[in-house]
Design a protein around this ligand. Structure first.
Ligand SMILES: [Fe+2]
Length: 426
């Protein structure tokens, strides 16, 4: 038996602290680490977010996505059941479905016209028996042995998840009570898809999962939200993690500073992030219409490893991470509202959508920050980044925003799946 691709890479780097308060840069740049992640993370015992049921409401509807870097078709079969199929012909390995989305009865590979039904079953092989007994496949060729590879699929309130691994626990157990609640909170009634944004970032995908689990940067990097009071580090907010620390909820609540209160926060002393006196001509961009039973005005739920569910005020979206290489990933955001939204609410959600996405008044800076790090860590792979805001040691819920503790939770779980013994020198 040979070692999996990239297995040797792990011995190149040290995690000097068991609490993952030091991350070696090589974990973000090494192509061998990326190879190993495909097997141990994305095809490992995790649930990957795939799509929303609302995106494929009718029998025959499909969308192309990626799980890790594996191309996958998510579709709804004739009987309404949902399936996730590796988009790779069982014949020569070509992509079978090439349209990003659509409706079809079968998926047919253009190369040799092999056809698969919506459950992935191989149903058509042209000239299987040749012509008049000449050519074709051997008589013992069994189509039933050559279906598309299938992922296990589970759904929760219309959100579809998939896993390659037989050992992955049931979805609700994987999410745990806090994150089951977050999924059900956001998808508490039928949703209506409003549109998509795709963003390609030249950096490692984990620099983005770090970003999602680092509330500390929100009130430092994002000038727009500091200036106009959407989120300041002095506001009411924090983070929640599950028992493993792998998932994270970054939250902010009403009752903290909101809108343009013009206050100057002493914590920003010594920085140039202090001008709180600028006002928007049209402050409707900042308005929040309460629509959840709790007081959260911002709730960004990061699910290990490839998803973020976003509520920024009234802007709702799911972000899916699609790693392409150690040096590149995509974020595909599906913006949505609810089926019973009126016209005014839909317009409000769309206007506020301009906070997120590749050119968003807030999110634009996250993509840039990821690239800034990725460029600068090109050498000195065994130097480390520091993850100590909020303290060292156990990963726990945080009742303030000046913390990057949830980032350590991600890495501790990541190390567990990858087989890295953090805190032990090799
Ligand atoms: Fe950010």
């Amino acid at each position: 038996m040979t070692a999996p691709a990239g297995a040797d890479a792990l011995s190149r780097y040290t995690f000097p602290a068991a609490d993952c308060s030091r991350i070696p840069y090589g974990m973000y740049r090494d192509p061998d680490v990326f190879e190993l992640e495909q097997e141990r993370i994305f095809r490992g015992p995790i649930w990957n977010y795939l799509a929303l049921e609302a995106e494929i409401p009718n029998p025959g509807d499909y969308r192309l996505i990626e799980v890790g870097d594996t191309p996958v078709i998510v579709n709804r079969a004739r009987d309404g059941s949902l399936h996730a199929l590796v988009n790779r012909c069982s014949h020569r390995g070509a992509e079978v479905q090439r349209n990003l989305h659509g409706n079809t009865k079968v998926h047919t590979c253009c190369y040799h016209q092999w056809s698969f039904d919506l459950t992935g079953k191989l149903i058509g092989v042209p000239f299987q028996k040749g012509i008049k007994g000449v050519g074709g496949l051997p008589a013992d060729f069994d189509k039933a042995c050559h279906n598309l590879q299938r992922l296990r699929v589970e759904t929760m309130n219309g959100a579809i998840f998939g896993t390659f691994c037989e050992e992955t626990p049931p979805l609700e157990e994987y999410l745990g009570p806090v994150f089951t609640h977050q999924v059900k909170r956001l998808f508490h009634k039928p949703v209506k898809v409003l549109g998509y944004q795709r963003q390609r970032i030249f950096g490692n995908w984990k620099l983005y999962t770090d970003n999602l689990r680092d509330p500390n940067h929100g009130g430092l990097l994002h000038m727009f939200q500091i200036t106009f009071g959407i989120a300041r580090l002095s506001g009411t907010g924090g983070a929640r993690v599950d028992a493993d620390g792998k998932h994270n909820l970054s939250w902010a609540a009403q009752g903290g500073r909101t809108d343009q209160d013009g206050a100057s926060d002493g914590g920003y002393a010594g920085t140039d992030r202090g001008d709180m006196n600028i006002k928007l001509k049209d402050p409707s961009l900042l308005r929040y219409y309460k629509e959840f039973p709790d007081n959260l005005t911002l709730a960004v739920t990061s699910l290990f490893a490839n998803a973020a569910l976003q509520q920024i005020g009234n802007t709702l979206a799911v972000r899916q991470l699609r790693p392409r290489s150690a040096d590149e990933f995509e974020i595909v955001s599906t913006f949505f509202g609810y089926e019973d939204d009126d016209e005014a609410m839909t317009r409000h959600r769309l206007r506020k959508a301009n906070l997120a996405g590749p050119a968003g008044l807030v999110s634009m800076e996250d993509g840039e920050a990821v690239e800034l790090v990725h460029r600068a860590i090109v050498r000195d792979m065994d130097k480390h980044s520091i993850v100590e805001f909020g303290g060292r040691g156990p990963v726990t819920d945080q009742e303030n925003l000046i913390s990057d503790v949830p980032m350590r939770g991600f890495w501790i779980y990541y190390c567990k799946l990858m087989g890295i013994r953090a805190g032990e020198t090799a």
